[in-house]
Design a protein. Structure first.
Length: 213
């Protein structure tokens, strides 16, 4: 039989639902892609349901990418109190300590670099600052992430690490699978762009939106 400690840990990590839905567009102008997107995010924790809306701006190129995202929680932003426990006596008063989860609003900016010289294994590295604020707490931090794509961009492996004074060091990893519909397109050179450059920009036009879900 599991010990009490194992049972408590299992109760703290139940499976929960999350969902994301968004719309966006990208247009080619001056040999770069300019994009805008809007998203709705939902997350169900074991203490509260959270919702947020976000707006993102992108400037994508053959080598360098730049993006800016903003996030705004909507609806209930704080959970009920939990972990209530005795803290101390103060005169004739009994002091207790209790905890509460809450959602941050914030923003992040990022610059990224494509290593497309590895044709069978495109690599991407990006870094930038982020800002979080809510319920009297504020945090400035930075994030570094890297990704690699396999099998003609069908499989994507990504890892990132971040740090701020509130949450300290956090590391995450993700494996994604993409399936493209329709036939492959062929490109003809234009007055400004050659065929290889057009193919790179076409790949940028369908790359995933990079944001904090």
């Amino acid at each position: 039989a599991p010990s009490e400690e194992q049972s408590a840990c299992a109760a703290c990590l139940p499976g929960r639902f999350a969902a994301n839905a968004g719309l966006g567009t990208r247009v080619l102008y001056l040999s770069r892609l300019w994009g805008i997107n809007a998203y709705y995010d939902y997350r169900n924790t074991h203490r509260q349901h959270y919702n947020q809306v976000s707006l993102g701006l992108e400037n994508l190129g053959q080598t360098w990418d730049f993006r800016l995202n903003g996030y705004l929680p909507v609806g209930w932003k704080r959970s009920p109190f939990f972990h209530t426990q005795f803290y101390a006596f103060s005169g004739h008063s009994l002091l207790i300590r209790r905890s509460r989860d809450f959602a941050f609003k914030g923003a992040n900016a990022e610059a990224g670099y494509h290593f497309d010289r590895f044709q069978r294994l495109p690599l991407y590295v990006a870094a930038g600052p982020y800002y979080l604020t809510g319920s009297g707490e504020t945090a400035w931090g930075g994030q570094l992430r890297a990704s690699a794509e396999f099998f003609d961009r069908v499989l994507r492996l990504e890892g990132n690490v971040s740090y701020d004074h509130l949450f300290k060091w956090i590391g995450q990893g993700r494996l994604s699978v993409y399936w493209f519909f329709g036939k492959k397109r062929k490109f003809s050179p234009t007055g400004e762009l050659s065929c290889p450059n057009m193919e790179l920009l076409a790949a940028r036009a369908v790359q995933p939106v990079d944001r904090s879900e």
